[in-house]
Each structure stands twice: as C-alpha cells, then as structure tokens.
Design a protein around this ligand. Structure first.
Ligand code: ATP
Length: 253
C-alpha cells in the first residue's frame, strides 16, 4: 500500500538529510506506529506519502504508483485516497460537527442525499452520535479529534495518516482516540500513526517503525515503544556512553 525505496529527503544541503535512504513497505490493512524523537523524520515521511514534498532521492509508491509520476492535476485524486489527522484537529470553527464532516464530501462533489446518509454513520463510528449540531468550541479536545477523524475517513480512504493525533490529549482521552483508529483499521483502512505516546504503543503492541536522524533503526512487529532487545549484553556500556540496557527498558517503557 505504501512503499519507500531508498528514499532520501534533503531540505537544506548544509544539514543532514531529514530522511536518509529509507526503505520500507506497509501492506494494505496494516497498522504501523512511527516513533522517534523530535526531528527524526516522522512528519517528513507522512508528507512524502501525500506528495506534499518531493523526495530528493529514491521512490515513494502509494497503492502501487510512484508518486513522482503523478502529475499535479492528479495529486488531489491521490490525496482523496488518504485521510489525514493532525495533533491540532484543524476543524472549521464556524461549522457544526455535521457540517465539518459533510464539507469533506461536498468538496469532492457528493450529492446531498449521500451526504445526509453517510455523515451520521461515520459520526456513529467515531462515537459522536447526538453531537451533530455542536460547534467545535462546544466540544472537548477528544471530541474535536473524533470529528477530525470522521472527516478524514468519511470518503473511505484506503490509507489514514495520523500525525501525533493524541499529542494534545490526556491519557484516557488518548486511549479513546486510539480505540477509534484501531476500529477504522479493523474496517480495512491502512493506518500509519506518528506518535510520542509510549503508553498507547505499549498497550496496542502493533508494528513499530523507529526513526533516528532520518534512518530506520527498528522495524518490529507487535512491538513496544522502546525495544526490549538489548543491543549488547546488559550492564555494558554503549558506544555513545549510555547504559545499553537501562533498567526502565526492562519494565517495558
Ligand atoms: N520545511 C522544512 N525545511 C527545512 N527543514 C525541515 C523542514 N521540515 C522539516 N525539516 C527538518 O527535517 C528534519 C525532520 O523533521 P520532521 O518534521 O520530519 O521530524 P519529526 O520526527 O516529525 O519531528 P516531531 O516529532 O517534532 O514532529 C528536522 O531536522 C527538521 O528540522
């Protein structure tokens, strides 16, 4: 569904690449967490999938198509197949919950009867029944994120990209959002979620792709936020002078 073939992204020739020859494949229907410290390249990865930026080297394939070969007038069609959710929700503040979600269907020309039928269904999926007429400021952060997810999936995209969707939410609310994303994945959508939320990653034990300085340093199935596998024997010291297997890793953190 998404394939990166030795992809490099250089924003500024004076600094190191944001992504450095990364190769990876995410299959249809998979759920992958993208983890790594700030600046490790997670958002750059997501932007390249959306063709919001161009790779400096290598090739990005989405649904079998090299995005470099998609002409600018066909980019909206590519993006229609990809839902996106951000940390800051990005709702239209003057529009109701219903209108925020309906808007995503109107812009691609869906007719009113389809919209009237589909929007309540998707609001139910994300747990917002009965809140159709509220404005964003009348909702909690978690509810606003549910609206954003509803809007991202209402046109049934094959892929959902979530860039730190729980970054502004408390742990319980975050878990509720994660349940919604998991449900959407179980309905067949491929989900890639960039996150710093170690509790969620550790609870769900899904594929974890870890970036460090633009390089994939770990790609593990049913994984934890931080790898349990010591790089060297416990008690020894890593080349960077850190304890290679600190005690907090043993507790699964
Ligand atoms: N538009 C840009 N112009 C120049 N450099 C950029 C640009 N966007 C990102 N970078 C640089 O590329 C690197 C990767 O950034 P990116 O935003 O992909 O990281 P991230 O893992 O998403 O970080 P965070 O967790 O803070 O969102 C960083 O060094 C960043 O400074």
């Amino acid at each position: 569904m998404i394939r990166f073939d030795t992809v490099t992204k250089v924003y500024d020739r004076k600094t190191r690449p944001a992504l450095d020859k990364i190769s990876l494949e995410i299959d249809r229907g998979e759920f992958a967490f993208l983890v790594g410290s700030s600046g490790s390249g997670k958002s750059t990865f997501l932007r390249l999938v959306l063709k919001e930026d161009r790779a400096t080297g290598g090739a990005v394939y989405v649904a079998g198509q090299n995005v470099a070969n998609i002409s600018s007038w066909r980019v909206p069609k590519l993006r229609r197949g990809i839902g996106v959710v951000f940390q800051d929700f990005r709702l239209l503040p003057q529009k109701t919950v219903f209108a925020n979600v309906a808007f995503a269907m109107q812009v691609i020309g869906k007719n009113r009867s389809v919209i009237r039928e589909t929007v309540p269904e998707v609001l139910k999926t994300v747990g917002l029944e009965g809140k159709e007429n509220r404005l964003p400021h009348e909702l909690s952060g978690g509810e606003q994120q549910r609206v954003a997810i509803a809007r991202a999936v209402v046109n049934k995209p094959g892929i959902l990209l979530a860039d730190e969707p729980t970054g502004n939410l408390d742990p319980d609310t975050s878990l509720g959002i994660m349940k919604v994303l998991d449900k959407i994945n179980q309905n067949g959508t491929t989900v890639v979620m960039a996150t710093h939320d170690d509790d969620i990653v550790n609870q769900y034990r899904k594929r974890v792709v870890e970036l460090r300085n633009g390089v994939i340093v770990r790609d593990e199935a049913r994984a934890l936020y931080t790898s349990m596998i010591p790089k060297v024997a416990p008690g020894t010291v890593d080349s960077d002078g850190q304890d290679a297997y600190p005690a907090e890793q043993e507790s699964g953190k």
